[in-house]
Ligand binder design. Structure first.
Ligand SMILES: NC(=O)c1ccc[n+]([C@@H]2O[C@H](COP(=O)([O-])OP(=O)(O)OC[C@H]3O[C@@H](n4cnc5c(N)ncnc54)[C@H](OP(=O)(O)O)[C@@H]3O)[C@@H](O)[C@H]2O)c1
Length: 252
């Protein structure tokens, strides 16, 4: 991780779950991290508990599904740092519903697409602009999902979530190609597809989480953070364009 010490990373969806794990891990490696989330106060809370880290953690309020909010956040980042080196597009939402529900689910459908797809693209456009200003090596990791590659039989929960993750898979490759087309050899793009990770998103609200997970194969947010470290540690001429991480025993 030495080559990234002192560099600047942006992590979206930093207030909980996988994003929180990534923020903490990057900061422990000496990278300065800006954690973006709507509940940015949650980032401040865990930073206070964590104490001093080799890299400094900053929080900033940002709703990635709102273009103005993204532009404002990256303006703040540009004013503070001038440029950046790493973007982890992690913010995402999921809802328990079906596309064909009789109740009106259009708001949820829009929320999934605006957050998981458009928001990722808005943040990437701003981040690449600031990576180019750095004229240094850069890395973008899009947190997709294994359901962005195959659809298991789960008609109650996949709704527009799985299609949004297929879009993340496709956007990642399109970005890689556009960067090549711009003759940019410095910014790498990875679509990182985790299986089941123990977070609020993946845990039903009506269960005791310890009991629920006692018999399940599941990753922890720290495992995903470790995978990001692995990506960052690869030589700069290596672009792992797709990486899947599953807990041992995951059946899908
Ligand atoms: N958990 C799994 O099993 C699993 C598996 C594969 C992939 N993933 C993906 O991993 C990513 C993180 O999920 P998680 O499991 O860590 O879920 P989580 O615990 O629910 O965390 C989701 C994060 O996304 C943020 N977020 C949601 N909407 C946002 C918006 N409009 N603007 C900014 N931030 C927003 C939330 O922050 P605020 O609410 O504070 O804004 C929160 O920090 C998602 O992209 C998810 O699809 C999860």
């Amino acid at each position: 991780m030495e080559k990234w010490i002192g560099k600047v990373a942006i992590v979206t969806g930093a207030s909980a779950g996988i994003g929180e794990g990534i923020v903490k891990s990057l900061a422990k490696s000496g990278i300065h991290v800006v954690g973006l989330a709507r509940r940015s106060e949650k980032v401040d809370e865990y930073v206070q508990q964590l104490g001093k880290t080799p890299g400094t953690i900053y929080s900033h309020k940002c709703d990635v599904s709102d273009l103005q909010s993204v532009k404002e956040a990256f303006k703040w980042i540009e004013e503070k740092f001038g440029f950046i080196h790493i973007l982890i597009n992690n913010a995402g939402v999921a809802y328990k519903m079906q596309i064909l529900d009789e109740a009106d689910v259009t708001e949820k459908i829009d929320s999934i697409l605006k957050t998981n797809v458009s928001g990722l693209v808005y943040c990437t456009r701003e981040a690449v602009r600031l990576m180019k200003k750095a004229d240094d090596y850069g890395m973008i990791v899009n947190v997709g999902s294994i359901v962005g590659h195959n659809i298991p039989f789960r008609p109650n929960s996949l709704n527009m979530y799985a299609p949004s993750k297929y879009a993340v898979t496709a956007v990642s490759e399109v970005l890689r190609q556009e960067l090549i087309n711009q003759n940019n050899q410095k910014i790498r793009v990875t679509n990182l597809s985790p299986g089941h990770v123990r977070t609020d998103m993946a845990t039903p609200s009506n269960v005791d989480p310890d009991e629920y997970y006692a018999t399940k194969s599941v990753l922890m947010p720290e495992d995903v953070a470790l995978t990001i470290n692995f990506l960052l540690e690869t030589p700069v001429h290596v672009n792992i364009s797709q990486l899947t991480i599953k807990p041992v025993g995951e059946q899908f």
